[in-house]
Design a protein around this ligand. Sequence first.
Ligand SMILES: Cc1cc2nc3c(=O)[nH]c(=O)nc-3n(C[C@H](O)[C@H](O)[C@H](O)COP(=O)(O)O)c2cc1C
Length: 250
Amino acid sequence: MTIPESGGHPGFDFAKIRRAQGDHVITSHMDRSQADSDLLVSNLVGRVWRDAHLPRRSSADLCSQSRMSNPYVNTPVPDADQYYPLNDPSIGKPLPAKPYPQNAKIPLLFQPLTLKGVTFKNRIWASPMCQYSSDNGHATDWHLVHIGGFATRGVGAICLEATAVVPEGRISPQDAGLWTDTQMEPLKRIVNFCHAQGTLVGVQLAHAGRKASTYAPWVHLNAAKTQRAPTWVAGKDEDGWPDNGTPTLS
Ligand SMILES: Cc1cc2nc3c(=O)[nH]c(=O)nc-3n(C[C@H](O)[C@H](O)[C@H](O)COP(=O)(O)O)c2cc1C
Protein backbone atom coordinates (compact mmCIF):
# COMPACT_ATOMS: atom_id res chain seq x y z
CA MET A 1 0.00 0.00 0.00
CA THR A 2 1.33 3.43 -0.91
CA ILE A 3 1.32 5.65 2.14
CA PRO A 4 2.06 9.38 1.84
CA GLU A 5 5.18 10.67 3.58
CA SER A 6 3.33 13.30 5.56
CA GLY A 7 0.18 12.11 7.30
CA GLY A 8 -2.61 14.15 5.74
CA HIS A 9 -6.03 13.53 7.18
CA PRO A 10 -6.90 14.00 10.85
CA GLY A 11 -9.22 10.99 10.72
CA PHE A 12 -6.61 8.68 9.20
CA ASP A 13 -3.22 8.16 10.84
CA PHE A 14 -0.95 7.40 7.86
CA ALA A 15 2.18 7.59 10.01
CA LYS A 16 0.81 4.94 12.39
CA ILE A 17 -0.03 2.67 9.46
CA ARG A 18 3.36 3.21 7.83
CA ARG A 19 5.08 2.22 11.09
CA ALA A 20 2.97 -0.92 11.36
CA GLN A 21 3.50 -1.82 7.74
CA GLY A 22 7.29 -1.88 8.15
CA ASP A 23 8.88 -3.77 5.29
CA HIS A 24 5.86 -5.90 4.58
CA VAL A 25 4.57 -6.13 1.06
CA ILE A 26 0.95 -5.12 0.89
CA THR A 27 -1.03 -5.14 -2.32
CA SER A 28 -1.84 -1.85 -3.94
CA HIS A 29 -4.23 -0.97 -6.66
CA MET A 30 -2.98 -0.99 -10.22
CA ASP A 31 -2.98 2.26 -12.19
CA ARG A 32 -6.30 2.83 -13.86
CA SER A 33 -6.57 4.06 -17.41
CA GLN A 34 -8.14 7.38 -18.24
CA ALA A 35 -10.83 5.41 -20.06
CA ASP A 36 -11.89 3.88 -16.76
CA SER A 37 -11.93 7.15 -14.85
CA ASP A 38 -13.84 8.76 -17.71
CA LEU A 39 -16.68 6.46 -16.80
CA LEU A 40 -16.98 8.12 -13.43
CA VAL A 41 -18.88 11.12 -14.67
CA SER A 42 -22.04 12.08 -12.87
CA ASN A 43 -24.41 9.50 -11.38
CA LEU A 44 -27.10 9.69 -13.97
CA VAL A 45 -25.36 11.12 -17.03
CA GLY A 46 -22.53 8.60 -16.69
CA ARG A 47 -24.88 5.65 -16.40
CA VAL A 48 -27.04 6.72 -19.33
CA TRP A 49 -23.97 7.29 -21.50
CA ARG A 50 -22.44 3.99 -20.48
CA ASP A 51 -25.59 1.99 -21.11
CA ALA A 52 -26.04 3.59 -24.52
CA HIS A 53 -22.44 3.29 -25.72
CA LEU A 54 -20.73 0.39 -24.05
CA PRO A 55 -21.59 -3.23 -24.66
CA ARG A 56 -22.44 -4.73 -21.27
CA ARG A 57 -21.77 -8.35 -20.53
CA SER A 58 -23.24 -10.25 -17.65
CA SER A 59 -21.10 -11.19 -14.68
CA ALA A 60 -21.62 -14.87 -15.55
CA ASP A 61 -20.36 -14.22 -19.05
CA LEU A 62 -17.33 -12.24 -17.90
CA CYS A 63 -16.49 -14.84 -15.25
CA SER A 64 -17.02 -17.99 -17.30
CA GLN A 65 -14.80 -20.95 -16.40
CA SER A 66 -12.75 -20.72 -19.59
CA ARG A 67 -12.11 -17.00 -19.15
CA MET A 68 -11.22 -17.30 -15.46
CA SER A 69 -8.64 -20.00 -16.19
CA ASN A 70 -7.06 -17.99 -19.03
CA PRO A 71 -4.06 -16.16 -17.49
CA TYR A 72 -4.21 -13.46 -20.17
CA VAL A 73 -7.74 -12.33 -19.36
CA ASN A 74 -7.88 -9.22 -17.18
CA THR A 75 -10.14 -10.98 -14.70
CA PRO A 76 -13.16 -9.00 -13.49
CA VAL A 77 -14.46 -8.82 -9.93
CA PRO A 78 -17.21 -11.45 -9.88
CA ASP A 79 -20.75 -10.17 -9.26
CA ALA A 80 -19.78 -6.48 -9.39
CA ASP A 81 -22.26 -4.16 -11.09
CA GLN A 82 -19.54 -2.81 -13.40
CA TYR A 83 -16.31 -4.14 -14.83
CA TYR A 84 -13.50 -3.76 -12.28
CA PRO A 85 -10.25 -5.70 -12.53
CA LEU A 86 -9.94 -8.27 -9.78
CA ASN A 87 -7.07 -7.67 -7.36
CA ASP A 88 -5.96 -10.96 -5.91
CA PRO A 89 -5.19 -10.75 -3.09
CA SER A 90 -7.54 -7.84 -2.45
CA ILE A 91 -6.00 -4.37 -2.08
CA GLY A 92 -4.59 -3.97 1.44
CA LYS A 93 -4.05 -7.70 1.98
CA PRO A 94 -0.56 -9.16 2.29
CA LEU A 95 0.98 -11.11 -0.55
CA PRO A 96 1.83 -14.74 0.29
CA ALA A 97 4.96 -15.56 2.32
CA LYS A 98 6.20 -17.43 -0.70
CA PRO A 99 7.83 -15.70 -2.59
CA TYR A 100 7.72 -12.85 0.01
CA PRO A 101 9.40 -14.31 3.11
CA GLN A 102 9.17 -10.95 4.89
CA ASN A 103 5.42 -11.61 4.96
CA ALA A 104 5.77 -14.80 7.06
CA LYS A 105 4.69 -12.81 10.11
CA ILE A 106 2.19 -10.07 9.37
CA PRO A 107 1.53 -7.18 11.79
CA LEU A 108 -1.85 -7.43 13.51
CA LEU A 109 -3.01 -4.32 11.63
CA PHE A 110 -2.88 -6.23 8.37
CA GLN A 111 -4.38 -9.46 9.67
CA PRO A 112 -8.06 -10.18 8.96
CA LEU A 113 -10.64 -9.86 11.71
CA THR A 114 -13.92 -11.74 11.94
CA LEU A 115 -16.75 -10.28 14.04
CA LYS A 116 -20.13 -12.04 14.19
CA GLY A 117 -19.44 -13.88 10.95
CA VAL A 118 -18.27 -10.79 9.04
CA THR A 119 -14.62 -10.87 8.00
CA PHE A 120 -12.70 -7.64 7.51
CA LYS A 121 -9.59 -8.02 5.37
CA ASN A 122 -7.51 -5.87 7.71
CA ARG A 123 -7.97 -3.63 10.74
CA ILE A 124 -7.55 -0.28 9.03
CA TRP A 125 -10.97 1.31 9.25
CA ALA A 126 -11.93 4.83 8.23
CA SER A 127 -14.03 6.82 10.72
CA PRO A 128 -17.26 8.52 9.72
CA MET A 129 -16.43 12.01 8.46
CA CYS A 130 -19.10 14.60 7.66
CA GLN A 131 -18.40 16.16 4.28
CA TYR A 132 -21.09 18.88 4.34
CA SER A 133 -21.41 18.11 0.64
CA SER A 134 -24.75 16.36 0.13
CA ASP A 135 -27.50 17.56 -2.16
CA ASN A 136 -30.74 17.48 -0.14
CA GLY A 137 -29.26 14.56 1.76
CA HIS A 138 -28.19 12.74 -1.40
CA ALA A 139 -24.61 11.55 -1.76
CA THR A 140 -22.87 13.00 -4.82
CA ASP A 141 -19.82 12.05 -6.85
CA TRP A 142 -17.79 13.83 -4.15
CA HIS A 143 -18.74 11.02 -1.79
CA LEU A 144 -18.00 8.33 -4.36
CA VAL A 145 -14.51 9.72 -4.85
CA HIS A 146 -13.90 10.41 -1.15
CA ILE A 147 -15.15 7.07 0.14
CA GLY A 148 -14.06 5.15 -2.94
CA GLY A 149 -10.57 6.60 -2.52
CA PHE A 150 -10.24 4.91 0.86
CA ALA A 151 -11.38 1.65 -0.73
CA THR A 152 -8.86 1.87 -3.56
CA ARG A 153 -6.16 2.37 -0.93
CA GLY A 154 -7.10 -0.84 0.82
CA VAL A 155 -8.91 -0.01 4.05
CA GLY A 156 -10.76 -2.94 5.59
CA ALA A 157 -13.89 -0.97 6.45
CA ILE A 158 -15.37 2.47 6.16
CA CYS A 159 -18.18 4.00 8.19
CA LEU A 160 -20.17 6.51 6.14
CA GLU A 161 -20.58 9.93 7.71
CA ALA A 162 -23.39 10.86 10.11
CA THR A 163 -26.47 10.22 7.98
CA ALA A 164 -29.68 11.83 9.18
CA VAL A 165 -32.83 9.76 9.50
CA VAL A 166 -35.05 12.84 9.07
CA PRO A 167 -34.32 16.13 7.25
CA GLU A 168 -34.41 18.16 10.46
CA GLY A 169 -31.92 15.73 12.02
CA ARG A 170 -29.05 16.92 9.81
CA ILE A 171 -26.26 18.90 11.46
CA SER A 172 -25.90 21.22 8.47
CA PRO A 173 -28.25 21.63 5.49
CA GLN A 174 -25.68 19.79 3.37
CA ASP A 175 -25.43 16.72 5.59
CA ALA A 176 -26.07 13.21 4.34
CA GLY A 177 -29.51 11.66 4.79
CA LEU A 178 -31.45 8.45 4.48
CA TRP A 179 -35.05 9.55 4.95
CA THR A 180 -36.29 9.00 1.40
CA ASP A 181 -35.85 6.24 -1.17
CA THR A 182 -34.02 8.39 -3.74
CA GLN A 183 -31.13 8.68 -1.27
CA MET A 184 -30.50 4.94 -1.49
CA GLU A 185 -29.30 4.79 -5.09
CA PRO A 186 -26.23 7.07 -4.84
CA LEU A 187 -25.24 5.36 -1.57
CA LYS A 188 -25.66 1.93 -3.13
CA ARG A 189 -23.37 2.98 -5.96
CA ILE A 190 -20.66 3.86 -3.41
CA VAL A 191 -21.20 0.64 -1.44
CA ASN A 192 -21.04 -1.48 -4.62
CA PHE A 193 -17.78 0.20 -5.59
CA CYS A 194 -16.26 -0.43 -2.14
CA HIS A 195 -17.44 -4.05 -2.06
CA ALA A 196 -15.79 -4.63 -5.43
CA GLN A 197 -12.50 -3.57 -3.81
CA GLY A 198 -13.05 -5.91 -0.85
CA THR A 199 -13.86 -3.07 1.57
CA LEU A 200 -16.87 -3.32 3.88
CA VAL A 201 -19.09 -0.31 4.53
CA GLY A 202 -21.20 0.76 7.49
CA VAL A 203 -23.34 3.83 7.97
CA GLN A 204 -23.66 6.08 11.00
CA LEU A 205 -27.39 6.74 11.26
CA ALA A 206 -27.78 10.01 13.09
CA HIS A 207 -29.98 12.75 14.45
CA ALA A 208 -28.26 15.98 15.40
CA GLY A 209 -30.85 16.92 18.04
CA ARG A 210 -30.31 20.45 19.34
CA LYS A 211 -27.18 20.80 17.20
CA ALA A 212 -29.21 20.56 13.99
CA SER A 213 -29.46 23.37 11.42
CA THR A 214 -25.97 24.72 11.91
CA TYR A 215 -23.40 25.94 9.41
CA ALA A 216 -20.72 23.81 7.81
CA PRO A 217 -17.48 24.71 9.62
CA TRP A 218 -16.06 26.59 6.65
CA VAL A 219 -19.27 28.60 6.30
CA HIS A 220 -19.08 29.67 9.93
CA LEU A 221 -15.39 30.52 9.70
CA ASN A 222 -13.69 30.85 6.34
CA ALA A 223 -10.26 29.38 5.79
CA ALA A 224 -8.55 32.78 5.68
CA LYS A 225 -10.17 33.59 9.05
CA THR A 226 -11.33 36.91 7.62
CA GLN A 227 -14.99 36.11 8.23
CA ARG A 228 -16.70 34.55 11.22
CA ALA A 229 -20.46 34.25 11.34
CA PRO A 230 -22.06 35.76 14.50
CA THR A 231 -24.03 32.54 15.02
CA TRP A 232 -23.76 28.84 14.20
CA VAL A 233 -27.46 28.60 13.37
CA ALA A 234 -28.29 28.24 9.66
CA GLY A 235 -31.31 30.43 8.87
CA LYS A 236 -34.12 29.79 6.43
CA ASP A 237 -32.29 31.71 3.66
CA GLU A 238 -29.38 29.34 4.13
CA ASP A 239 -31.57 26.23 3.76
CA GLY A 240 -31.72 25.82 7.53
CA TRP A 241 -34.67 25.21 9.84
CA PRO A 242 -33.95 27.51 12.80
CA ASP A 243 -37.44 27.07 14.25
CA ASN A 244 -36.84 23.33 14.65
CA GLY A 245 -39.45 22.62 11.99
CA THR A 246 -39.05 20.29 9.04
CA PRO A 247 -37.13 22.18 6.33
CA THR A 248 -38.82 22.82 3.01
CA LEU A 249 -37.14 20.51 0.56
CA SER A 250 -37.27 21.00 -3.17
C1 LIG B 1 -13.81 16.08 8.72
C2 LIG B 1 -14.30 15.24 9.89
C3 LIG B 1 -15.62 14.87 9.93
C4 LIG B 1 -16.10 14.05 10.98
N1 LIG B 1 -17.39 13.63 10.96
C5 LIG B 1 -17.81 12.74 11.89
C6 LIG B 1 -19.09 12.14 11.81
O1 LIG B 1 -19.83 12.32 10.84
N2 LIG B 1 -19.46 11.29 12.81
C7 LIG B 1 -18.62 11.00 13.86
O2 LIG B 1 -19.02 10.24 14.75
N3 LIG B 1 -17.39 11.53 13.93
C8 LIG B 1 -16.97 12.37 12.97
N4 LIG B 1 -15.69 12.85 13.01
C9 LIG B 1 -14.78 12.34 14.04
C10 LIG B 1 -14.02 11.16 13.47
O3 LIG B 1 -14.94 10.13 13.11
C11 LIG B 1 -13.00 10.57 14.44
O4 LIG B 1 -13.65 10.09 15.59
C12 LIG B 1 -12.00 11.58 14.83
O5 LIG B 1 -11.38 12.09 13.65
C13 LIG B 1 -10.92 10.97 15.76
O6 LIG B 1 -10.40 9.82 15.16
P1 LIG B 1 -8.94 9.32 15.47
O7 LIG B 1 -8.88 9.11 16.95
O8 LIG B 1 -8.76 8.05 14.70
O9 LIG B 1 -8.03 10.42 14.97
C14 LIG B 1 -15.21 13.65 11.99
C15 LIG B 1 -13.87 14.05 11.93
C16 LIG B 1 -13.42 14.81 10.90
C17 LIG B 1 -11.96 15.17 10.85
